[in-house]
Design a protein around this ligand. Sequence first.
Ligand SMILES: Cc1cc2nc3c(=O)[nH]c(=O)nc-3n(C[C@H](O)[C@H](O)[C@H](O)COP(=O)(O)OP(=O)(O)OC[C@H]3O[C@@H](n4cnc5c(N)ncnc54)[C@H](O)[C@@H]3O)c2cc1C
Length: 415
Amino acid sequence: MTYVDLDYNLTDAQKAARDMARRFAMEELRPKGIALDKLADPADVADKGSELWDVIRTYRELGLHKRDMPEDLGGLGNTTDPLSSYLINEQLGYGDGGLAISLSVAGAPFRYAALSEDPEIRGWAEDYINDTSGEIIGCWPVIEPDHGTDWVLGAEEHMGDKKFAPQMRAVKDGDGYIINGQKAAWVSNGTIATHAAMHLSLDPEQGMHGTGICILPLDLPGISQGKPLNKHGQRALNQGELFFEDVFIPAKYMIMNLEMVHTMRAVSTGADSGAIAGPNTGMATTFAGVAWSALDEGIKYASERIQGGVPIREHQNIKLKLMRSFQAVEAARSLARRNYMYNANVQPGSSPHAVAAKALSTETAFNVASEMLQVHGGNGLTKEYCIEKILRDARASMIEDGTNEGLMLSVAQYL
Ligand SMILES: Cc1cc2nc3c(=O)[nH]c(=O)nc-3n(C[C@H](O)[C@H](O)[C@H](O)COP(=O)(O)OP(=O)(O)OC[C@H]3O[C@@H](n4cnc5c(N)ncnc54)[C@H](O)[C@@H]3O)c2cc1C
């Protein structure tokens, strides 16, 4: 595009990381995301022969999944600086929002596993780091058929009432737990995952306050995965239910037990909750990239399309739409990056900033995609142009990882 990039002072390594990610985004994510989006049956997206698996393999061959994983397990540790990681993630969103989320969530259980001192659990993280074939995929099941926003608002005082108890329950049994219940069809990578980092109830009497987190492989007896979800946007992102029937896990898989949860609640101000700050920081970054891509599609089309004898970008109304959208995208990218850098460098992080950035990026992506579709005129409604897909992908993001309203309500008290 013709507008300048404000990044005048990146190091050569940061420029190289950004450019590598842009190539991957435009050569792999964008075309393959469009092809996957067009498949009528979401089972064809999950099929091992689909473009999804090419994308996963290339991402891993590039070593992008090794970021934030410890060096002693084969990860990149701190060798990728936070700004490079931000620039990479923004580019992945630029290529395809849904695929960027799939690639990121695929590492979720292994980021926890890498922190464990247990050799079996650490081994899962090592297997993930070494896997370039896409055989090992993670998911992060939280939401249930009857508890969506309840999880997002779970830290609120009244959510400790037993009527808010999650459906997925773990009951102590000898040296482990027996798990029963169901996770909603919204679990990203739900039908293709091999491992999960799962939130569940440990004491129903304490409602949402009696919950914990376990990590586990999904080939244990009693676990089944549902059908891929057919949906409006981010169709390249596989999603589906998980069912647990009398599944036994050893106690060591419960990486956040009740005692730990209560200790954390006692010392936490809530404003630093990792469960809110981490995922929302990722969402803010990815959808800043999606917003940026929508703007560039609009500028490109407005430069090519001739009406009234001139490229439409010369008409006043189009000029104003482009300039307003440019302003919104640059603002969203700025907050997304500022929040990312804080949450990557400072412990504990800041949930209000992460939520503000997530809501701003996703709403900017949606509003800019809508304006840029208008710039495309009738062509914007067709599958010939990707702006209608970007609009659908952005629409989903305002619900993804918690509705923007629910998230805002969950952190407003910390202002
Ligand atoms: C693309 C995508 C990817 C996702 N990936 C995952 C994933 O990997 N893992 C996972 O577990 N989930 C995932 N989700 C699920 C997502 O987190 C939920 O859809 C979201 O939290 C909302 O829950 P819900 O759909 O049950 O809506 P509901 O909770 O039923 O909410 C419906 C409406 O009511 C409002 N509302 C509900 N309760 C309240 C309240 N107490 N106060 C005020 N307003 C309220 C909400 O804001 C919303 O507008 C994903 C969703 C999407 C769209």
